[in-house]
Ligand binder design. Sequence first.
Ligand code: AMP
Ligand code: MG
Length: 325
Amino acid sequence: MISLGIEGTAHTTGIGIIDSKGEVLADVRSIYKPAAGIHPREAAQFISDHIREAVDGALDESNLNILDIDLISFSQGPGMGPCLRTVATASRALSLYYKIPIMGVNHCVAHIEIGKLMSGFSDPLILYVSGGNTQILKLKDSRYRIFGETLDIGIGNMLDKFGRSVGLKHPAGPKIEELAKKGKEYIELPYVVKGTDLSFSGVLTAAIQKFKSDFNLEDVCFSLQETSFSMLVEVTERALAHLKMKEVLLTGGVGNNKRLQDMLKLMAKEHGAKFQVPINYCSDNGVMIAWLGILMYNSKVRQELKDTVINQRFRTDDVEVVWVK
Ligand code: AMP
Ligand code: MG
């Protein structure tokens, strides 16, 4: 079967096409780059302006006709309400007009499943780090159980907010990574791990204050990464040791960060565990949405239009993982 996935929870209008064997047939992404932070209404307008050409682009790339598509999958949540509504409306229209089954999927679970597909891991410990989400997860009794998570903002959000305060363009994560490479001096910042949960708002405020009190931006970026990434690695390491797992999977947009990858790789090695990151699929994309749709459909999940209502606060552990036996 062939699934077309539509991603649109925030900044990316992503259309992916994938088949049941996991072969990627198309991957088209249009990315909204706001001057400052992401404005939900403007982000939704961006999706609505780009979705048509992205669908056409993906069909072209795969040499397929819309009637070759067996399933329309879309990101049902979590995400920004106006973005989710735009994507859900477009997906319902395609589904109804062309009489193709529809499947709303959880965006976070899609990040995990594409990571598993690309890494070949069967039962990994997952560190999922993106703009709005930061979670350490493991599959148990048909749910991705949250071992630890942020108590306030997601780590990507923290990096982007810091960047905005010091004059970096959105998204700031990659720019902070570059600046951090030139940092030399570590500046003490709040390190907040509470049990297996994390908090990033204090480190954000402190880093902004350090910059304003004339510390060098490269040093602040370096210290911000070292501090917040160490927090992530600490909780992941605790989960790894406690759950005695052998695979560590990093996913989500912040997973693009080489320094974070290196820290996790080293930690995993010390525990005799394998480490993987789905390099081209960490950031939001339509392929992961299409793939989760296939997994669900092949496990006999079916949705009617009434089941396609969006869910801004769709939690990872709300989803019953029926496709893993
Ligand atoms: P996602 O929504 O999963 O695509 O993730 C977006 C988030 O990833 C944004 O907050 C970005 O700043 C962040 N991000 C992307 N690339 C990097 C990077 N190289 N280092 C740190 N954060 C990054
Ligand atoms: Mg994401």
